[in-house]
Write a protein that binds this ligand. Structure first.
Ligand code: GUN
Length: 290
């Protein structure tokens, strides 16, 4: 029997619908949640991501402003643009799309964002709150999406063996902490490029999260039968059989769906849920700001 496949798109729409009541409550107080996105340069993938975020804002009734800056913008001017949004009371969420051009210190830019408006949850203040078990911060959207998918699937996490492949500061690391913290209570292994015996470690995982950004790196034979597999990877690979010449694949081999108990597809799994969590963070920021 194949795995139950989580429909991240449908779940994302459900979450967005759940926000509409809160947005209505705010609008009765003459507040419209407002997300400002800064995009630097003309990287096509970044423009697609930003457009998807703008479309989600339109769907749920969040105002959005997009600030396009030239790829040769200097760091000082970029930080000034962030500071202007910090002091604009009509703006509740600020997101600076990454990657940023070479020569710009991404951390300095993130640190310039007012933490209560940091809807990406990348500011040290928000990441630090996760470590402290403080729920008053804004949680990065992808870890939050994964936790929501796990919650929705009704899986009991307590005492389960979770393996997170990838230790990035915005996905693997915060997600590992969320999985281990009180209430979730899973036992977490963080695997990375220096991990030895990765296959054996994966085979013990009740919950396997792949967040490495390497196409189909996790083989079907590594999956524990009946386990839950969350594929965070979105990798574009060449495929001559398609008119586009490319195809999206995850970090997990497609055949894993024959072995796992629950699995997220790529595309249509974690991706749309991440955008829904960005909408959720923006509404939360608007509620807290008023
Ligand atoms: N680039 C790719 N994904 C993201 C994201 O979630 N936030 C930002 N700021 N940039 C990104």
């Amino acid at each position: 029997m194949g795995a139950a496949i989580i429909d991240g798109k449908a779940l994302g729409i459900e979450i967005e619908k759940g926000l509409s009541e809160r947005i209505r409550f705010l609008s009765e107080r003459e507040v419209t949640p407002h997300l400002a996105v800064i995009i630097v340069g003309d990287d096509p993938a970044s423009h697609v991501y930003v457009r998807n975020k703008e479309r989600a804002c339109e769907r749920v009734g969040i105002a959005s402003t997009r600030i396009d800056l030239a790829s040769d913008v200097n760091q000082e001017d970029l930080i000034s643009a962030v500071q202007k949004l910090n002091s604009d009371e009509s703006v509740h969420g600020i997101l600076v799309q990454s990657p940023l051009p070479n020569g710009i210190d991404e951390i300095a830019v993130i640190e310039a964002i007012e933490p209560t408006k940091d809807v990406d949850g990348f500011h040290p203040s928000n990441l630090g709150r996760i470590v402290m078990g403080d729920r008053n911060g804004l949680i990065p959207c992808t870890p939050s999406a994964v936790m929501e998918i796990l919650r929705h699937s009704g899986l009991e996490l307590g005492g389960k063996r979770a393996v997170v492949i990838g230790r990035s500061r915005i996905v693997g690391m915060p997600l590992s902490i969320l999985l281990a913290q009180k209430g979730a209570d899973s036992t977490v292994t963080i695997a990375h490029s220096k991990t030895k015996s990765l296959e054996e470690i994966c085979r013990e995982a009740d919950i396997l999260i792949a967040a490495v950004g390497r196409p189909e790196m996790v083989k079907s034979s590594w999956i524990k039968p009946g386990s839950t597999v969350i594929d965070v990877g979105i990798n574009r690979i060449n495929d001559d059989s398609r008119s586009s010449g490319t195809r999206l694949v995850g970090d997990v081999e497609d055949g894993a769906k024959e072995i796992a108990g629950i699995i997220t597809p790529v595309p249509g799994g974690v991706g749309p849920m991440t955008i829904a969590m960005l909408m959720s963070n923006t509404v939360l920021a608007a509620e807290k700001g008023h």
